[in-house]
Design a protein around this ligand. Structure first.
Ligand code: COA
Length: 253
């Protein structure tokens, strides 16, 4: 089955959801966003499905984050963008079934964020993790709220204010990743973990997930959301985005 730019495959009791725009490094384009919403709805509605595995097509990227090519610099766009993107990034949290991220390459920006929204993160040795929004004059609005809880304030600030990539081994040391695997074993291990989860009592699994996730969001997320329109009007943001599009280093004021 295919929903917009997302492939959906049933493997036994597991839904394998694959972001499929490898030419754009599976960035969160309108097609990927629409496909993710539909694919998660399909997995949620199908009683046979007991777990979801989320991965990216191609060998290079899991997901390179928000689709920078579509950015517009006005307040309305910034608000709509945050609403749309946050709804998509939180899909792994809002679905009742356990979700495993199989991070097969770059997990940058929104790609990093949707990975950490999953219940378990498995990473290939080829994976790279970063929240590089600062280099565009922006914020990783979702990660900034989740990261401090996951890795502590020091590491969270370093990751989001420096924006440099880290290796999967480092992500594992920080507690962002459960296991680092040889690239060719990643998907099988993710499917195996999904199978293990499928054999557990489902009501208890649902409660376990919702207990962990129920305190997420709230006022901090609203604050991060409100920052985005302000940032989208800043000259440094225009420069950061222009520099990415023109494949050059940004010069911030
Ligand atoms: N949005 C839109 N297009 C993107 C993208 C994004 N987030 N990330 C990559 N792409 C596109 C590139 O523009 C390029 O397209 P082109 O072939 O038409 O020029 C293609 O995907 C391949 O990317 P490229 O940058 O050439 O690959 P690379 O291996 O040199 O670098 C990254 C990979 C992930 C380091 C780099 O693409 C990157 O930094 N991406 C942006 C990540 C980011 O800032 N995300 C947060 C956005 S808020």
């Amino acid at each position: 089955m295919r929903f917009a730019s997302v492939n959906y495959e049933q493997r036994g009791t597991t839904a394998l959801i694959t972001l499929d725009e490898p030419g754009k490094l599976n960035a969160l384009s309108p097609g990927i966003r629409e496909g993710l919403v539909a694919a998660f709805a399909q997995a949620d509605d199908d009683d046979q499905i007991r777990a979801v595995v989320l991965t990216g097509a191609g060998d290079k990227a899991f997901c390179a984050g928000a689709d920078i090519s579509g950015f517009e610099f006005n307040t309305r766009y910034a608000r709509d963008f945050m609403d749309r993107v946050l709804d998509v990034l939180s899909l792994p949290e809002t679905t009742g079934k356990p979700v495993i991220a199989a991070v097969n390459g770059y997990a940058y920006g929104g790609g990093f964020e949707i990975a950490i929204a999953c219940d378990f993160v498995l990473a290939s040795k080829q994976a790279r993790f970063a929240v590089p929004e600062i280099n565009l004059g922006l914020l990783p609005g979702f990660a900034i709220v989740r990261l401090a809880e996951l890795v502590g304030r020091q590491q969270a600030k370093y990751l989001s204010m420096i924006g440099e990539p880290i290796s999967p081994q480092r992500a594992c040391e920080l507690g962002l990743v459960l296991e680092v695997l040889p690239h060719d074993q990643l998907l099988n291990r993710a499917l195996e973990l999904a199978e293990q989860l499928a054999h557990k009592p489902q009501l208890a699994i649902r409660y376990a997930k919702s207990v962990y996730n129920r305190s997420l969001g709230g006022a901090d997320m609203t604050y991060a959301k409100d920052a985005m329109p302000v940032l989208f009007l800043d000259d440094d943001t225009r420069e950061g985005v222009a520099a990415f599009r023109e494949k050059r280093k940004p010069v911030f004021k």
